[in-house]
Design a binder for this molecule. Structure first.
Ligand SMILES: *Cc1c(COP(=O)(O)O)cnc(C)c1O
Length: 441
């Protein structure tokens, strides 16, 4: 049957044009392969299949069983783990499931502070379930912007957490999983590695592998892994040795604990992404993400733009704008979008302004690398970003908090009509016209 195009299709076309024309620098975003998207919009979405292979609550799940089996076994062989659950709806529910499997309400959990690069679900106080239902203790980074292992060790010794989380969302450096393991052992804690951001780099050999050290590993599937929006929870050999029922506990934490029917189209898309991630071309992709991140960092630094911790060892970096003024992230992120490059404003360690009006910009290279861009394009993007910063750096965020939202409104109107920013946008569009949303390198 022919598809009847609606106003929603029109909006999707607009979004596709936006993605094609602009340069995506949000490190958690990526463009999936056409095969992945094809599977994602298939008839699998029609089917209910609560439960697990061979023990579903709904009839007619014979094919779904085979698809979920493929997704699981491909992930297990890709990472070398004895157990995986591919049903979590996304990263945040997956972390909830892990906590419910390993802890009771009120137990202690330790993670990296949000403002220093951790994720909301790692125990951010007051406003998140992870900070409300558990006793969250948070560690930070030192003055080189590296994880402060002395602090992690001291806090673990004092608070004896049940779960120690090694993971992050805005931290530009490699994770030392062995150090986390040693501290977890001293405290008797479970070590959970949340590698959502770096999974693709781990698979491609460009980031340390948590499998020898962690008990449980969580990853989203839509970031560097380049699959559908979703998540997976793995248990390592080590975790299984410590508690042979760990996999069962996680299965039950997902359903009946937290979720109902799995998203079967997503499961199939994870199977597709896992097959693609096992290809030599994917290793090349991971290497190019790293080369591009180094090239972008160098281009920015050559132009006097400061980076948190002075660089990157991963796919991402955080621009530190405090040398211009505190709270400049909002203006720079907005102006970059006007100039055809979208990123997100982000806190810097020891953020001097506020989490809502922070002083940094987070940049990443997974998406531009998927489009086929390489070092020369990164050099050019760095030059454009430096030009944008130079254009807006004198638009200082008011210190008076009550004046900030009116200031931002006025700033946006100015930026929307700024000839320099609009000029850069034209240059950007000339470049992006040469790059499809997805290609194998
Ligand atoms: C993205 C991310 C999550 C959450 O994933 P959602 O799919 O957005 O819920 C959890 N942990 C880390 C480290 C992440 O980067």
């Amino acid at each position: 049957m022919a598809i009847i195009k609606t106003d929603i299709h029109e909006l999707i076309d607009q979004e596709e044009q936006r993605q094609l024309r602009k340069i995506g620098l949000i490190p958690s975003e990526n463009n999936g392969s056409p095969e992945m998207h094809d599977v994602l919009s298939s008839c699998l979405s029609n089917k209910y299949s609560e439960g697990y292979e061979g023990r579903r609550y709904y009839e007619g799940s014979q094919v779904i069983d085979q698809i979920e089996y493929q997704a699981r076994t491909r992930i297990m062989s890709l990472f070398g783990v004895p157990y995986v659950n591919v049903q979590p709806y996304s990263g945040s529910p997956a972390n909830s499931a892990i906590y419910f499997a390993l802890m009771e309400p009120g137990d202690t959990l330790m993670g990296l502070k949000l403002a220093m690069g951790g994720h909301l679900t790692h125990g951010h106080p007051n406003v998140t379930f992870s900070g409300k239902y558990f006793n969250a203790v948070q560690y930070g980074v030192d003055d080189r912007a590296r994880i402060d292992f002395d602090e992690v060790r001291a806090l673990a010794k004092k608070h004896k957490p049940k779960v120690l989380i090694a993971g992050n969302t805005a931290y530009p450096f490699e994770m030392d999983f062995k150090k986390f393991r040693d501290i977890a052992d001293e405290a008797g804690a479970w070590l959970v590695a949340d590698i959502s951001h770096v999974t693709g780099l781990v698979v491609g050999g460009e980031h340390p592998d948590p499998v020898p050290y962690a008990d449980v590993i969580m990853s989203t599937t839509h970031k560097t892994f380049r699959g559908p929006r979703g998540a997976m929870i793995m248990v390592t050999e080590r975790g299984m040795e410590r508690d042979p029922s760990l996999g069962k506990k996680i299965d039950s934490a997902i359903i009946p604990g937290l979720q109902g029917g799995p998203h079967n189209a997503t499961t199939a898309a994870i199977a597709i992404a896992a097959e693609q991630a096992a290809r030599p071309e994917f290793t090349e992709y991971a290497k190019q993400i790293r080369r591009n991140a180094d090239a972008l960092a160098a281009s920015l630094k050559d132009r006097g733009v400061k980076l948190v911790g002075d660089g990157t060892e991963t796919h991402l970096m955080v621009v530190d704008l405090t040398s211009y003024s505190d709270g400049l992230g909002t203006q720079v992120a907005y102006a970059m979008d006007v100039a055809g490059m979208y990123a997100n404003r982000n806190t810097v360690p020891h953020e001097p302004c506020s989490p809502f009006y922070p002083s940094g910009i987070r940049l990443g290279t997974p998406l531009v690398t998927t489009r086929g861009m390489k070092e020369p394009e990164m050099e050019q993007i760095g030059e454009w970003i430096a030009r944008v910063i130079d254009r807006v750096k004198d638009h200082t965020m008011p210190e008076d908090k009550t004046k900030r939202s009116a200031f931002v409104k006025e700033f946006r109107a100015t930026a929307d009509a700024d000839s320099v920013l609009l000029g850069i946008e034209k240059e950007v569009a000339e470049l992006t016209a040469k790059f499809p949303l997805f290609q194998w390198l």
